[in-house]
Structure formats: structure tokens, C-alpha cells
Design a protein. Structure first.
Length: 500
């Protein structure tokens, strides 16, 4: 490609410079590379322009004045520097062009919100696969290209990786891509260069305030995603969320609502819910789902409405719902029978409240035993609220989540600040997560629920800068195994009553 084909604002003298690829990491720079320098949250890419030039890159794009040493080096090597207003946005556009503008060959729907993003995106991927379409998925739980599964480091990858993934989906014959769009990705312009055909807003709650500062700033970033949708796209928003209408107030896209009220495109309701699933109504149709909880009924309504907006018929959509499983680690039933074991990713106050309420409804006569912690090096403001919610369980066990560089004892102490004095005697502290799950299993009796929250699908636990293999589902299953054997043995030893 010519540089002018990748970056619009190129001086005439540099328009014909050849570019083979776009990079944002100076370690990936080399002959034929266009290095785009961005200002990140911890590092400024402009500080690595000289390193990219020494690696032999063809051109550099940035949004700041060049450091003196870098300016001299670029002149010596004849490497052009193109200054733009927003280099993060330019990176996305350049990466898209370098990969053949893959989003123009796909129908792409982005899902944003505090809770529900992973579930809605995953359900759409599963639904469209069942309906016979080849699809891609970009979510917290991983990436799917058709039937192939790929790991990911971030829920929404950086612009270079994102465009590479979309191009791979096109090559694999995918027609649709359903992806989570995080507030960080919106703010950092990781989604620059992606042409969305639809956007979905789920919920807004307390999260990421360590990054955004205030809930209003957090909401404004979410709104920006829907505001930037083209007029040809749809903007689907949750009418049952207090921020639902705000999210679509400035969009040019076609606005559609989902929810329980009359303004919803397909009003939803739950007609029955137990630990085996739900019977739900979506508009004129009823369907059964293995998912549990009203929040999942809302997620199914978002999926169903989006699918109709993409041209699918409602009857086959609702007929397919019983086949959909939802993502791993979201109200996932690990063990059932006399004891019910559930793993959920809930790591925000709102998600935790919903998980607790759903668990209570599944076995209203049983006791609820909850194992939970809070992540280190993340939003500290939500910890007291999380602690207060966990303490509403019959037995609450505070433990480690991903403490990262923080002392787990300090994290738990902050959670305890939110626990009212009368509830303190319901709280136990066991910082070792495995022992905490084992403690929950020992406390549990037939009819009880053990709910482990915070880790969900994650396969590691980050402690003091090191990642250790971890699987909440496997650990909870192992912890409950001895208790299940005791229950089974007690059942066998109980004499059968004579029939009368």
C-alpha cells in the first residue's frame, strides 16, 4: 500500500511511501511497517518512536511534537512523521485499511454495558450458528472464528489485533461478528475503523470508576459508542435500565427498546423459574431456556430483538432458544441434587445483587452460602458495597479473588467496612480460595446452595504478579464431592418406610 492509502493527511512528498503493515508496538516495527504512536494509560508510545525508526519502519504517525532525538533520527533515515489530531483513532482506521476493511464484509453487532455483555454476545453467536450462519465472537470468555476457539488477553482487543481478527473471520467465511465493546475500548478508540451494523446497551452500574472517575463519565463513554453508530445501524437499548434512554439520546441510528414494558419491541416476562431453567414469554411466543434469573430473561430478550432487527424470523428464533447454553461461568450450575453448587462471574454490586436474588429464588427453603472476594488493583470504591451484599447470605465467606499486587487482607478489610454490625457474625474470612470453597462445602446441608462468585470462567488466579492455574467450577465440584458422598450415604442408611 501507499502511505496515502492508509493515512489521509499525508504531505505530498510522502504519499507514495510503501507500507506493508500497521503496528502500535515498537517491538513489532521493521521494514515496511507503519508505526502509530499513541498515548496510553501508563506508557506514551511517542517515547518509542526512535526505537521504531531504528528497527527500520517505513513511516511514523503520532499526535504530539516529536522528541528532539527522535526528530533528528527520523530526518537522518528519511522516515516521514505524519501528525494527526487523534493517533488512537488513526490507528484503527489504518489497521482496517491495511487488512482490507474487513468490517465492511461482515455484519457486526457490538454489545456494551456493565453487566450482560458476554451473555448477549454469546447468545447471539450461538443463535446465528444454530440458524445456519457462520459467525465470529469476541468476548471476555474468548474468541470464536466459526467453530475455532482462540484465547484473548482483553475483552475488546487493541485496534491492530481487532482488525486482524476481523480479517481472519472474513477469510474463514464468517458472515456475522458479535462482540463485546468495553468502556476502556471505547475511550481508547480500540474500535476505530470498525463499521458497526448495530449496537446494544444492556445495563449501567458501579464499575471501572478507578478508570473513569465518576459514574457520569462512565455513562458518557458508553453513550459515545451508540452516538457514533451510522444512521443505517440500529441502537437497541434496555428500557428497564435507568440509563437506557440516555444511551440513545444522541444517536443517529434507528432506536429500538427491549424490556418488560409496552415500549419494548418484544416485551418479555418470566412465567416459571427453578434450578432447571425458565419458561419465558417473548412477545407472542413462549420458550424454555436452561438459563436462570430474570437478568438472563432480559439478555434473551436483547438477543431475540437484535436477531429480528438483523432480519431473522421470530418463530425460528424462539424455537432455537432451548438449544442455547449461555457463556461459561455465568450462573453455571456445577452440582445439583441435595446440594446445589453455582459459579458466577459477578464482580460488580449490581451483578452480585442479581446473582444472590436468583440463587435465593432457586431454593427458597434452603440456606445460601456465598464465597466471594474483590479483585486487587481495580475499583476500590465498590468493595464495601460488595461486602455488604455478600453478607446478606446465610453464611458469607470472604476470600481472595485476583489480589494482584495488593494484600488480600487489605482487600477483605475494605469489604468488611460495608458490613453492618448485626451481620458481622454471618461472615467468615478464609483468604485461601480453595480452603474457602472447602469450608463452604462443610457448612452446607441438603437443600442448601453454595454460590462462588467473582471468578466465573477465569482459568487463573493472579497473586503478587504471578498467574496460578485456577478453575472455580472444578474447585467447587471437588469441594462438594465429599459432602455429596455423605448425603448419599445418609440416604442409603435411612430405612424405607412401610407402605400403608
Amino acid at each position: 500500500m501507499r502511505l496515502a492509502e492508509v493515512i489521509e493527511t499525508v504531505p505530498a512528498a510522502y504519499r507514495d511511501v510503501r507500507v506493508e503493515r500497521v503496528v502500535a508496538d515498537s517491538r513489532d516495527a521493521g521494514p515496511g511497517a507503519l508505526f502509530v504512536a499513541r498515548t496510553g494509560t501508563t506508557v506514551d508510545g511517542h517515547a518509542f518512536i526512535a526505537a521504531a525508526a531504528r528497527a527500520g519502519c517505513s513511516a511514523v504517525v503520532g499526535s504530539h511534537d516529536l522528541p528532539p532525538g527522535a526528530a533528528s533520527l527520523l530526518r537522518q533515515r528519511g522516515v516521514p512523521y505524519v501528525r494527526v489530531a487523534d493517533s488512537a483513532e488513526a490507528l484503527g482506521r489504518a489497521a482496517s485499511l491495511a487488512n482490507g476493511q474487513p468490517s465492511s464484509a461482515l455484519t457486526i453487532v457490538g454489545v456494551t454495558g456493565t453487566n450482560g455483555k458476554t451473555t448477549v454476545a454469546t447468545l447471539l453467536y450461538q443463535l446465528f450458528t444454530v440458524l445456519g450462519h457462520r459467525c465470529g465472537l469476541i468476548a471476555t470468555t474468548g474468541i470464536r472464528v466459526g467453530g475455532d476457539h482462540l484465547p484473548n488477553a482483553y475483552t475488546t482487543p487493541d485496534a491492530v489485533e481487532l482488525q486482524r481478527l476481523l480479517a481472519g473471520m472474513v477469510r474463514a467465511g464468517c458472515r456475522y461478528c458479535f462482540m463485546e465493546v468495553t468502556s476502556h475500548a471505547i475511550d481508547q478508540r480500540r474500535i476505530g475503523g470498525v463499521d458497526f451494523d448495530g449496537g446494544i446497551f444492556t445495563t449501567l452500574g458501579h464499575d471501572h470508576l478507578d478508570y473513569h472517575g465518576t459514574i457520569d463519565a462512565y455513562a458518557a463513554v458508553k453513550q459515545r459508542f451508540l452516538a457514533e453508530l451510522p444512521a443505517s445501524a440500529f441502537a437497541l437499548t434496555n428500557a428497564d435500565d435507568a440509563h437506557g434512554r440516555f444511551m440513545v439520546a444522541t444517536t443517529r441510528a434507528r432506536c429500538v427498546f427491549y424490556g418488560t414494558g409496552p415500549e419494548a419491541h418484544l416485551p418479555w416476562s418470566v412465567e416459571r423459574c427453578d434450578e432447571h431453567g425458565m419458561e419465558i414469554r417473548l412477545g407472542p411466543y413462549r420458550s424454555h431456556t436452561s438459563l436462570v434469573g430474570e437478568h438472563n430473561a432480559s439478555n434473551l430478550a436483547a438477543m431475540t430483538t437484535a436477531a429480528t432487527l438483523l432480519g431473522e424470523d421470530l418463530e425460528p428464533i424462539t424455537a432455537a432458544i432451548p438449544q442455547l447454553q449461555g457463556p461459561r461461568g455465568r450462573m453455571q450450575r456445577i452440582v445439583s441434587g441435595p446440594l446445589l453448587g453455582i459459579v458466577d462471574y459477578a464482580h460488580t454490586p449490581e451483578a452480585l445483587r442479581l446473582a444472590l436474588a436468583t440463587a435465593r429464588r432457586l431454593r427458597p427453603d434452603g440456606r445460601l452460602i456465598v464465597v466471594a472476594g474483590c479483585g486487587g488493583d481495580r475499583d476500590r470504591q465498590k468493595r464495601p458495597a460488595m461486602g455488604a451484599l455478600v453478607a446478606t447470605a446465610d453464611t458469607a465467606i470472604f476470600t481472595s479473588d485476583n489480589p494482584r499486587s495488593e494484600d488480600p487482607r487489605s482487600i477483605v478489610a475494605t469489604m468488611l467496612h460495608g458490613v453492618p454490625a448485626p451481620r458481622r457474625n454471618h461472615v467468615r474470612v478464609e483468604l485461601d480460595r480453595r480452603r474457602a470453597l472447602q469450608l463452604a462445602a462443610r457448612v452446607a446441608k441438603p437443600g442448601d446452595i453454595v454460590l462462588a462468585v467473582g471468578k466465573g470462567h477465569e482459568t487463573s488466579q493472579e497473586i503478587a504478579g504471578a498467574k496460578h492455574p485456577w478453575d472455580d467450577a472444578a474447585e467447587l465440584r471437588a469441594a462438594l464431592r465429599p459432602a455429596r458422598r455423605l448425603v448419599a450415604a445418609a440416604d442409603r442408611s435411612t430405612p424405607a418406610r412401610e407402605s400403608r
